[in-house]
Write a protein that binds this ligand. Sequence first.
Ligand code: ZN
Length: 260
Amino acid sequence: MRRRAFLMTTGALSVGRASVSVADSGKGVQSGSDPAYTIRSGTKQETEVFVKNDGDGPTALLVGGMHGDEKSGYRAATAITKWRVSGGTLVVLPRANQVAIRSNRREGTDGDLNRKFPTGEKPESELAREIWGVVSRHDPDVVLDLHRSIGIYGYHESSVGQVIWPTNVGRANEYARLTAEQLNDTVVPWSMPFHEFRRGGEITGSRPMLVHKVAGDLDRPGYIFETTAFLLDLGTRVRWTKRAAEELLSHHGIERRGNS
Ligand SMILES: [Zn+2]
């Protein structure tokens, strides 16, 4: 069940409205591609948060770079910081784990960042606590976490590639399925059946990952997006990741505006 309802303005109210800088909410909202604020400031983990806002509506948080060797996630998220949106607020943390990204490793100095978010407890590192602080500050209606797997789910052992994992909240399950279908129809070549996207099983608060905590503590829709490095070049993975984000955000009422 949703804990919080929001009033949707009609689509007509936001059509054609210019993106407006709003600095009065204390949430660091702005319309350009400059960061709104940083977390872990003054440390090696310092990283930027971007906030895009246009019109009343839902708030989405999109995270990349949780794992530093998963380039497609943080490159797609970095590109998405330049998007303009309508119908709500998009908060982007493109490079969650700067130390891991700089060393091109899954883990940073504190270990695997995406195992630091136990449900019902405080996150287990300073970085994880500040990331959870971003969640608390913006109170998102939906969270997307962008990842990359080595192989393909069901074919390669312990691989989760080409799967969209929804939380067990709201219509996330349906939206994950629709997004997988849309990607299969529009970007996955017919000659690559193993690369067809699938919806994963529903995420609960059972594991210490960010999206699991979103499900368990906040009862909000969220998704882990996993593309695969198997026979896919980086540019394709980035492109497919951006398409998935655009589609999922659209299902949650936030539309990408233009091609910028
Ligand atoms: Zn990952």
